[in-house]
Design a binder for this molecule. Structure first.
Ligand code: PMP
Length: 411
């Protein structure tokens, strides 16, 4: 149940998100695709339009009033992000286009700086393609080797197998905080501690972790942390990359252009200080400002409250769905966020997804950009209901009723 210090009840929370009032096929929308992207509260929509209505100007480059205002708002957003993940310094917060862009940036720069033929990078079998392909590309470029931590039938990494992968050639670990396909929360603290005892840095893909609880990069002690704004109620096209200063200092920039430079001549260019060394060209400052507002909104609701509301939803949904005859849930870890990935016996996931849509229920079907996870379970996709704190128990019950109708139609 929601703790008393929560300022808003669920109806007030839902009223903050205009799109949740929408009807689809004359049914009130039930939005269970939050793992793919989240809806936006009015305050974020307002913050974005406020830039365009009142102070839009390119950042960091002008002496005029509007440019000062937009630069200050952009840097204020950086400070909000810093404090939200409890990073030590603003220099350690680099804005990017999102999680994918952040991982590609590190894969490129880290590869250039540290990776030699025969070196090894470790990821897990739970990863999203965004945390697989950039490392494969880097390994190809640098003649390095990609190692994969296996998972068990519950969809959890096998920790002993992880430990066996660590050796003197291991140069970086890159794993998700939470699996987007199954909802499994990975034991990132244990993963990081084990890696650090062998002096190996760790990147945490927080695309599905940032929005479901308190993230403290100092406590976690990760070396890199990345996430996307659109998954935490912020705009699309903005995300961030946290890196410990010692690494960001040493890494070469991955893009060249305006703003990331100190002095440019045709013979030689010197780079700007952190974090600007990694922010080439016109940044998505409007997105960053919107993201800052989204994080403030989340803090207003309370991250512990959010986690608690979401665990209530997860428990209710798991109990109800697993009681339906013919449903198989993939990802049965004790430690999950409110994602339920499932299949209905003898019914293709696309058929089920399309029929649920006709009932106003938005779920995602397919491989969820995690084909290796699907291969591990010998399936070609699942139906994924991904919930968040603005969803309700009644909406879960609508999903259950919807699935029962789908089963009835096919029987
Ligand atoms: N990693 C994980 C775990 C994800 O869930 C996602 C998005 N589904 C990504 C990476 C990629 O995020 P984006 O598309 O916002 O770059």
């Amino acid at each position: 149940m929601v703790k008393p210090e929560t300022l808003k009840n669920i109806n007030e929370i839902r009223a903050d998100f205009p799109l949740l009032n929408k009807s689809i096929y004359n049914r009130r929308l039930v939005y269970f695709d939050n793992g793919a992207t989240t809806q936006k509260p009015q305050c974020v929509i307002d913050a974005v339009s406020d830039v365009y209505l009142n102070y839009n100007a390119n950042i960091h480059r002008g002496v005029h009033t509007l440019s000062d205002l937009s630069s200050a708002a952009y840097e204020n957003a950086r400070e909000i992000v810093r404090s939200f993940i409890n990073a030590g310094k603003r220099e350690e917060i680099v804005f990017t286009a999102g999680t994918t862009a952040s991982i590609n940036a590190i894969a490129f720069s880290f590869g250039e700086r540290y990776i030699k033929p025969g070196d090894e990078i470790v990821i897990s079998h739970l990863e999203h393609h965004a945390n697989i392909v950039p490392w494969q590309m880097m390994c190809q470029r640098k003649k390095a080797i990609l190692r994969v931590i296996p998972i068990n039938d519950n969809g959890e990494i096998i920790f002993d197998e992880y430990l066996k992968l660590l050796n003197s050639r291991t140069k970086l670990i890159s794993v998700s905080q939470v699996s987007n396909a199954l909802g499994t929360v990975l034991p990132v603290r244990l993963i990081i501690d084990a890696a650090h005892s062998a002096d190996i840095p760790v990147l945490i893909d927080g695309a599905q972790g940032i929005q479901h609880g308190v993230v403290d990069v100092k406590k976690m002690n990760c070396d890199f942390y990345v996430f996307s704004g659109h998954k935490i109620y912020g705009p699309t096209g903005i995300g961030m990359l946290y890196g410990k200063e010692k690494y960001l200092d040493e890494l070469p920039p991955y893009q060249g252009g305006g703003d990331m430079v100190d002095k440019v001549t045709f013979e030689k260019t010197t780079y700007n200080e952190l974090p600007f060394k990694f922010e080439a060209g016109t940044m998505n400052y409007v997105g960053a400002i919107g993201l800052g507002k989204a994080l403030e909104y989340v803090l207003d609701i309370g991250r512990d409250n959010i986690a608690e509301m979401e665990q209530d939803l997860l428990k209710h949904a798991t109990d109800k769905l697993s009681a339906i005859n013919g449903i198989r849930i993939f990802g049965n870890s004790e430690n999950k966020i409110p994602i339920i990935s499932f299949l209905i016996k003898n019914i293709h996931q696309y058929d089920a997804g399309m029929i649920l849509d006709k009932m106003g229920i938005a779920v995602r079907t397919g491989t969820h950009c995690a084909q290796p996870v699907m291969d591990r379970f010998g399936i070609d996709g699942t139906i994924r209901a991904s919930m968040c704190f603005y969803n309700t128990i009644e909406e879960v019950d609508s999903l259950v009723e919807g699935i029962e109708k789908v089963i009835e139609m096919f029987s």
